[in-house]
Design a protein. Structure first.
Length: 276
Protein backbone atom coordinates (compact mmCIF):
# COMPACT_ATOMS: atom_id res chain seq x y z
CA UNK A 1 0.00 0.00 0.00
CA UNK A 2 1.14 3.52 -0.62
CA UNK A 3 1.91 5.06 2.73
CA UNK A 4 0.94 8.57 1.65
CA UNK A 5 -2.56 7.45 0.71
CA UNK A 6 -2.94 5.37 3.84
CA UNK A 7 -1.92 8.33 5.98
CA UNK A 8 -4.44 10.52 4.18
CA UNK A 9 -7.30 8.12 4.94
CA UNK A 10 -6.26 7.73 8.58
CA UNK A 11 -6.10 11.50 9.06
CA UNK A 12 -9.50 12.00 7.44
CA UNK A 13 -11.04 9.36 9.69
CA UNK A 14 -9.46 10.83 12.82
CA UNK A 15 -10.53 14.36 11.92
CA UNK A 16 -14.08 13.19 11.31
CA UNK A 17 -14.31 11.36 14.63
CA UNK A 18 -12.73 14.25 16.54
CA UNK A 19 -15.04 16.78 14.90
CA UNK A 20 -18.07 14.67 15.73
CA UNK A 21 -17.04 14.39 19.36
CA UNK A 22 -16.23 18.09 19.60
CA UNK A 23 -19.66 19.16 18.39
CA UNK A 24 -21.51 17.32 21.14
CA UNK A 25 -22.28 18.58 24.57
CA UNK A 26 -20.95 15.37 26.00
CA UNK A 27 -20.53 14.31 29.59
CA UNK A 28 -17.94 11.56 29.90
CA UNK A 29 -19.28 8.66 31.90
CA UNK A 30 -16.95 6.87 34.33
CA UNK A 31 -16.46 3.14 34.00
CA UNK A 32 -18.83 1.09 36.07
CA UNK A 33 -21.66 -1.29 35.37
CA UNK A 34 -24.37 -1.28 32.71
CA UNK A 35 -27.32 0.90 33.67
CA UNK A 36 -30.99 0.20 33.25
CA UNK A 37 -33.64 2.73 32.33
CA UNK A 38 -34.27 4.05 35.86
CA UNK A 39 -30.64 5.14 36.27
CA UNK A 40 -30.63 6.71 32.82
CA UNK A 41 -33.81 8.64 33.61
CA UNK A 42 -32.32 9.84 36.90
CA UNK A 43 -29.31 11.33 35.11
CA UNK A 44 -31.43 12.58 32.23
CA UNK A 45 -28.85 11.51 29.64
CA UNK A 46 -28.67 8.39 27.48
CA UNK A 47 -25.12 7.53 26.43
CA UNK A 48 -24.90 5.90 23.01
CA UNK A 49 -22.10 4.66 20.76
CA UNK A 50 -22.29 4.62 16.99
CA UNK A 51 -20.00 4.61 13.98
CA UNK A 52 -18.97 7.71 12.08
CA UNK A 53 -20.00 7.22 8.46
CA UNK A 54 -22.32 8.66 5.82
CA UNK A 55 -25.32 6.62 7.00
CA UNK A 56 -25.03 6.33 10.79
CA UNK A 57 -23.71 9.71 11.92
CA UNK A 58 -21.68 12.52 10.39
CA UNK A 59 -21.01 16.23 10.64
CA UNK A 60 -21.80 18.37 7.59
CA UNK A 61 -20.62 21.91 8.29
CA UNK A 62 -22.43 22.88 11.46
CA UNK A 63 -25.15 20.25 11.02
CA UNK A 64 -25.28 16.83 12.67
CA UNK A 65 -26.88 14.13 10.56
CA UNK A 66 -27.24 10.37 10.19
CA UNK A 67 -29.91 7.70 10.47
CA UNK A 68 -28.88 6.41 13.89
CA UNK A 69 -28.21 9.94 15.15
CA UNK A 70 -31.71 11.10 14.21
CA UNK A 71 -33.29 7.96 15.64
CA UNK A 72 -31.58 8.10 19.05
CA UNK A 73 -32.31 11.84 19.22
CA UNK A 74 -35.99 11.12 18.60
CA UNK A 75 -36.05 8.46 21.33
CA UNK A 76 -34.37 10.82 23.80
CA UNK A 77 -36.72 13.67 22.90
CA UNK A 78 -39.82 11.50 23.37
CA UNK A 79 -38.56 10.37 26.80
CA UNK A 80 -37.42 13.75 28.12
CA UNK A 81 -33.74 12.83 27.87
CA UNK A 82 -30.61 14.34 26.37
CA UNK A 83 -28.25 12.34 24.17
CA UNK A 84 -24.49 11.88 24.57
CA UNK A 85 -23.43 10.21 21.33
CA UNK A 86 -19.88 8.88 20.91
CA UNK A 87 -18.58 8.05 17.43
CA UNK A 88 -16.50 4.91 18.00
CA UNK A 89 -15.05 3.18 14.93
CA UNK A 90 -13.97 0.00 16.77
CA UNK A 91 -16.77 -2.52 17.28
CA UNK A 92 -14.74 -4.14 20.08
CA UNK A 93 -14.56 -0.81 21.91
CA UNK A 94 -18.30 -0.32 21.53
CA UNK A 95 -18.90 -3.73 23.11
CA UNK A 96 -16.39 -3.03 25.88
CA UNK A 97 -17.97 0.36 26.57
CA UNK A 98 -21.39 -1.25 26.80
CA UNK A 99 -20.19 -3.92 29.25
CA UNK A 100 -18.44 -1.29 31.41
CA UNK A 101 -21.43 1.05 31.51
CA UNK A 102 -19.74 3.77 29.46
CA UNK A 103 -22.52 3.39 26.89
CA UNK A 104 -26.16 2.52 27.50
CA UNK A 105 -26.90 1.50 23.93
CA UNK A 106 -25.04 0.73 20.73
CA UNK A 107 -27.01 2.85 18.28
CA UNK A 108 -25.67 1.16 15.20
CA UNK A 109 -26.96 -1.63 13.01
CA UNK A 110 -26.07 -5.00 14.51
CA UNK A 111 -26.99 -8.13 12.62
CA UNK A 112 -29.53 -10.18 14.55
CA UNK A 113 -27.42 -13.37 14.61
CA UNK A 114 -27.41 -16.06 17.28
CA UNK A 115 -23.82 -15.08 18.11
CA UNK A 116 -24.86 -11.64 19.33
CA UNK A 117 -28.15 -12.81 20.83
CA UNK A 118 -26.11 -14.88 23.30
CA UNK A 119 -24.24 -11.85 24.66
CA UNK A 120 -26.46 -8.83 23.99
CA UNK A 121 -30.10 -7.78 24.11
CA UNK A 122 -31.16 -6.72 20.63
CA UNK A 123 -34.01 -4.35 19.86
CA UNK A 124 -36.72 -4.78 17.29
CA UNK A 125 -35.30 -4.41 13.77
CA UNK A 126 -34.64 -0.82 12.81
CA UNK A 127 -33.23 -1.27 9.30
CA UNK A 128 -32.84 -3.68 6.41
CA UNK A 129 -29.43 -4.03 4.81
CA UNK A 130 -27.07 -6.49 3.18
CA UNK A 131 -23.34 -6.96 2.70
CA UNK A 132 -21.85 -6.32 -0.73
CA UNK A 133 -18.46 -6.72 -2.36
CA UNK A 134 -16.65 -3.49 -3.22
CA UNK A 135 -14.19 -3.79 -6.11
CA UNK A 136 -12.94 -1.68 -9.00
CA UNK A 137 -14.87 -1.87 -12.26
CA UNK A 138 -13.49 -4.23 -14.88
CA UNK A 139 -10.96 -2.70 -17.25
CA UNK A 140 -11.79 -5.27 -19.91
CA UNK A 141 -13.79 -8.45 -20.44
CA UNK A 142 -10.68 -10.45 -19.51
CA UNK A 143 -9.85 -8.53 -16.30
CA UNK A 144 -8.79 -11.37 -13.97
CA UNK A 145 -9.26 -9.28 -10.83
CA UNK A 146 -12.92 -8.55 -11.49
CA UNK A 147 -15.39 -10.74 -9.55
CA UNK A 148 -18.37 -11.67 -11.72
CA UNK A 149 -20.00 -14.19 -9.38
CA UNK A 150 -19.52 -15.51 -5.87
CA UNK A 151 -17.65 -18.51 -7.30
CA UNK A 152 -14.89 -16.13 -8.41
CA UNK A 153 -14.18 -15.32 -4.75
CA UNK A 154 -12.28 -18.62 -4.32
CA UNK A 155 -8.76 -17.89 -3.12
CA UNK A 156 -9.35 -14.14 -2.94
CA UNK A 157 -8.67 -11.93 0.11
CA UNK A 158 -11.54 -9.73 1.29
CA UNK A 159 -10.87 -6.81 3.64
CA UNK A 160 -13.40 -6.08 6.37
CA UNK A 161 -13.63 -3.90 9.45
CA UNK A 162 -12.52 -5.91 12.47
CA UNK A 163 -15.35 -7.95 13.99
CA UNK A 164 -17.69 -7.01 11.17
CA UNK A 165 -20.78 -9.25 11.01
CA UNK A 166 -19.74 -10.02 7.44
CA UNK A 167 -16.96 -12.31 8.76
CA UNK A 168 -19.34 -15.14 9.59
CA UNK A 169 -21.15 -14.71 6.30
CA UNK A 170 -17.89 -14.85 4.29
CA UNK A 171 -16.87 -18.04 6.09
CA UNK A 172 -20.24 -19.59 5.31
CA UNK A 173 -19.95 -18.42 1.71
CA UNK A 174 -16.60 -20.19 1.44
CA UNK A 175 -18.32 -23.41 2.52
CA UNK A 176 -21.09 -22.82 -0.02
CA UNK A 177 -18.69 -22.43 -2.95
CA UNK A 178 -16.43 -25.23 -1.68
CA UNK A 179 -13.26 -23.17 -1.52
CA UNK A 180 -11.34 -20.85 0.78
CA UNK A 181 -12.07 -17.12 0.90
CA UNK A 182 -9.40 -15.31 2.89
CA UNK A 183 -10.37 -12.57 5.31
CA UNK A 184 -8.19 -9.64 6.34
CA UNK A 185 -9.60 -7.77 9.34
CA UNK A 186 -8.68 -4.09 9.56
CA UNK A 187 -8.91 -2.44 12.98
CA UNK A 188 -7.92 1.16 12.27
CA UNK A 189 -10.27 1.90 9.35
CA UNK A 190 -14.02 2.17 8.98
CA UNK A 191 -15.94 0.94 5.90
CA UNK A 192 -15.63 4.21 4.01
CA UNK A 193 -11.84 4.20 4.37
CA UNK A 194 -11.75 0.61 3.05
CA UNK A 195 -13.87 1.64 0.07
CA UNK A 196 -11.43 4.48 -0.66
CA UNK A 197 -8.52 2.05 -0.51
CA UNK A 198 -10.24 -0.14 -3.08
CA UNK A 199 -11.06 2.82 -5.31
CA UNK A 200 -7.45 4.01 -5.34
CA UNK A 201 -5.96 0.55 -5.95
CA UNK A 202 -4.38 -0.03 -2.53
CA UNK A 203 -6.47 -3.16 -1.94
CA UNK A 204 -8.57 -5.16 -4.37
CA UNK A 205 -11.68 -6.09 -2.39
CA UNK A 206 -13.67 -4.96 0.65
CA UNK A 207 -17.02 -5.99 2.09
CA UNK A 208 -19.40 -3.53 3.75
CA UNK A 209 -23.05 -2.54 4.11
CA UNK A 210 -24.81 -1.86 0.83
CA UNK A 211 -26.16 1.48 2.12
CA UNK A 212 -22.65 2.81 2.82
CA UNK A 213 -21.30 1.40 -0.45
CA UNK A 214 -24.07 3.03 -2.50
CA UNK A 215 -23.41 6.42 -0.93
CA UNK A 216 -19.68 6.08 -1.62
CA UNK A 217 -20.29 5.00 -5.21
CA UNK A 218 -21.88 8.37 -5.94
CA UNK A 219 -18.48 10.04 -5.55
CA UNK A 220 -16.28 7.09 -6.58
CA UNK A 221 -17.52 6.05 -10.04
CA UNK A 222 -14.62 3.59 -10.47
CA UNK A 223 -16.03 1.12 -7.92
CA UNK A 224 -18.43 -1.74 -8.53
CA UNK A 225 -20.84 -2.86 -5.77
CA UNK A 226 -23.08 -5.25 -7.69
CA UNK A 227 -21.94 -8.56 -6.15
CA UNK A 228 -23.95 -9.49 -3.08
CA UNK A 229 -22.21 -11.23 -0.21
CA UNK A 230 -25.34 -11.76 1.90
CA UNK A 231 -29.09 -11.68 1.58
CA UNK A 232 -31.01 -8.67 2.88
CA UNK A 233 -31.17 -8.99 6.67
CA UNK A 234 -32.59 -7.22 9.71
CA UNK A 235 -30.35 -4.96 11.80
CA UNK A 236 -30.98 -3.86 15.38
CA UNK A 237 -29.54 -1.77 18.21
CA UNK A 238 -28.05 -3.47 21.26
CA UNK A 239 -28.09 -3.00 25.03
CA UNK A 240 -26.51 -4.97 27.86
CA UNK A 241 -28.22 -8.06 29.21
CA UNK A 242 -28.32 -6.13 32.49
CA UNK A 243 -30.62 -3.52 30.92
CA UNK A 244 -33.93 -5.34 30.24
CA UNK A 245 -36.13 -2.35 31.12
CA UNK A 246 -34.16 -0.15 28.72
CA UNK A 247 -34.72 -2.78 26.03
CA UNK A 248 -38.46 -2.77 26.76
CA UNK A 249 -38.51 1.04 26.58
CA UNK A 250 -36.70 1.05 23.24
CA UNK A 251 -38.88 -1.69 21.79
CA UNK A 252 -42.12 -0.09 22.96
CA UNK A 253 -41.05 3.21 21.43
CA UNK A 254 -39.82 1.60 18.18
CA UNK A 255 -43.04 -0.35 17.79
CA UNK A 256 -44.98 2.90 17.81
CA UNK A 257 -42.45 5.23 16.17
CA UNK A 258 -41.89 2.99 13.13
CA UNK A 259 -45.57 3.34 12.22
CA UNK A 260 -45.37 7.11 12.03
CA UNK A 261 -44.40 9.56 9.29
CA UNK A 262 -41.23 10.75 11.05
CA UNK A 263 -39.56 7.34 11.00
CA UNK A 264 -40.55 6.72 7.38
CA UNK A 265 -39.12 10.10 6.40
CA UNK A 266 -35.84 9.46 8.24
CA UNK A 267 -35.50 5.94 6.81
CA UNK A 268 -36.12 7.02 3.23
CA UNK A 269 -33.71 9.95 3.65
CA UNK A 270 -30.75 7.63 4.33
CA UNK A 271 -31.73 4.33 2.70
CA UNK A 272 -33.57 5.71 -0.32
CA UNK A 273 -36.52 3.36 0.07
CA UNK A 274 -39.18 2.56 2.67
CA UNK A 275 -38.63 0.00 5.43
CA UNK A 276 -40.75 -3.06 4.63
Amino acid sequence: MKKAKLLKYVILGLIAAFTATFFFEKKEKPKGHPRDYAEIADEGIIHAATEYNSISFYVDGDTLSGFHYELIEAFARDHGLKTALSPEMSFDKRLKGLSEGKYDVIAYGILATSEWKDSLLLTLPIALNKQVLVQRKARSDSDSLFIRSQLDLAGKTLHIVKNSPSMLRIRNLGNEIGDTIYIQEIEKYGPEQLISLVAHGDIDYAVCDESIARTAADSLPQIDINTDISFTQFYSWAVSKQSPVLLDSLNSWLSSFKKGKEYKKIYKKYYGKPFT
